[in-house]
Design a protein around this ligand. Structure first.
Ligand SMILES: NC(=O)c1ccc[n+]([C@@H]2O[C@H](COP(=O)([O-])OP(=O)(O)OC[C@H]3O[C@@H](n4cnc5c(N)ncnc54)[C@H](OP(=O)(O)O)[C@@H]3O)[C@@H](O)[C@H]2O)c1
Length: 407
């Protein structure tokens, strides 16, 4: 590790979120500070533009994601790679193979469970042997879910002497848009699942991302339609990121050795308010989501959707990112019936402004993460970093973690 040219390389600096990340790193660590970093992408001209626009006066590496030799060279020149080249299922695999081989730490923004599963199964042993720490899902999906549950459990153990047997994440409020890259990744998951019946069954399993010998467990709650919610007392609707986030949380629990109990339950949904208005809103949100999913499944309606959604490279304006935020509530209950509510918030739009700050802190966090604490292998944000990442996010990324007083 000592002889690497760089500490950190941003692969995909030209992507919509990669540009925000690059700008963030310039603010955070400077271009010529102690941390030696570089930006990388497939297009030299675009990289030069990004460097000029963001003030990233750092080295530029031209590399195509499909070129295995270029990915090997990229993985070998740095201690850490952070990648925003997605959809990851289409472009990400050669780089993950290369970092696992080279013993290079790696994080990304994938929310594609089918791809994470294939990467874990293919490269876990190689990463464990080489010392590479690989952490997927380091943006809005799934850091707030994963670390929110981690935080809630620490608080429950401290207050009640036992962890929560169930936790429900409820999205209290959320303001932000989607980029073309995110839409492309979501549509690609739908496309892969549509063509592969076995994959659909695998991904329906809440324990799908657990280590291979831990992919079973009791049935998990799952909000798939509008309903009144016992935890919050409001109506809830399905939350679009739940399918990825719940798998990450259950993977964390499995990697920790299931300390929260074999029956630990976790689900996610959106709060839409109480009473008849809440019921109506829940129905409207659920209908909208089901309509989107239905249109995405069929060729002609999928093409129609594409005409109205952002293209790759497009996304929310800087003003929209600045005006965005998120507020998540975690309703926990222990086996003895003690209850706890915690809150995780972000001060920018979830998918871009906040995501870029979360990803930056994860990537920088590797540089201070002792291998005696976290060894090589595929981890989650909570199992790789735990409280260390919470501290970094609170200090540098505008994320808050709090316990709410009981009413
Ligand atoms: N976890 C989260 O909360 C979260 C939030 C936001 C985004 N995301 C994910 O992050 C990813 C990026 O999103 P985005 O909106 O920034 O995407 P985007 O703007 O469409 O960017 C895609 C990037 O991939 C690069 N690329 C494509 N093919 C390549 C190849 N063969 N070799 C090298 N680079 C290649 C593109 O390079 P060019 O610039 O040269 O075209 C571009 O930089 C997506 O997968 C999205 O789902 C996740």
């Amino acid at each position: 590790m000592k002889n690497r040219q760089f500490d950190l390389v941003v692969f995909g600096a030209t992507s919509f979120v990669g540009q925000i990340l690059t700008r963030r790193l310039v603010e955070r660590i400077g271009a010529n500070g102690d941390i030696r970093w570089a930006i990388a992408g497939r297009n030299a001209g675009k990289l030069r533009e990004v460097a000029a626009d963001t003030g990233a006066d750092v080295e530029q590496i031209v590399a195509d994601a499909a070129d295995t030799e270029a990915m090997r060279a990229l993985a070998e020149c740095t201690k850490v790679v952070v990648s925003t080249v997605g959809p990851y299922a289409l472009y990400g695999s050669p780089l993950v193979a290369a970092v696992a081989e080279a013993g290079t730490d790696y994080c990304d923004l994938t929310g594609e469970p089918q791809w994470m599963l294939s990467m874990i199964d293919a490269h876990q042993d190689t990463a464990a042997a080489s010392g590479a720490r690989v952490v997927h899902a380091c943006g809005f999906d799934s850091i707030p879910s994963d670390l929110g549950v981690w935080f809630t459990q620490q608080q429950a153990i401290e207050r009640f002497g036992e962890p929560c047997a169930s936790i429900s994440l409820r999205v209290k409020s959320l303001k932000g848009g989607a980029s073309g890259g995110t839409i492309a990744s979501m549509l690609n998951v739908v496309e892969e699942v549509r063509h592969d019946h076995d994959l659909r069954k695998i991904l329906a399993n809440p324990y799908a991302l657990a280590p291979a010998d831990m992919r079973t467990g009791p049935r998990q709650p799952n909000v798939t339609r509008p309903r009144p919610d016992a935890a919050s007392g409001e109506w809830v609707a399905p939350f679009v990121m739940a399918a990825a986030n719940t798998r990450i949380v259950q993977r964390s629990h499995a990697l920790l050795g299931r300390p929260w109990g074999d029956d630990f339950e976790y689900d996610e949904a959106m709060l839409v308010g109480g009473g008849p208005v809440g019921a109506m809103k829940a129905t409207a949100v659920s209908g909208g989501l089901a309509g989107f999913a239905g249109m995405a499944m069929l060729g002609p309606t999928r093409r129609l959707l594409g005409r109205f959604l952002p293209e790759p490279g497009e996304g929310p304006t800087p003003a929209a990112q600045e005006a965005g935020h998120f507020d998540l509530r975690f309703y926990g209950r222990t086996a003895a019936g003690d209850q706890l509510v915690t809150k995780v918030t972000g001060d920018r739009d979830p998918g871009y402004g906040s995501t870029a700050k979360m990803l930056a802190e994860t990537a920088l966090g590797f540089l201070e993460l002792d291998r005696n604490i976290t060894a090589g292998g595929f981890w989650t944000p909570a199992t790789a970093f735990g409280d260390r990442l919470i501290d970094r996010l609170v200090q540098h990324a505008g994320i808050t973690f709090d316990v709410l007083d009981p009413d």
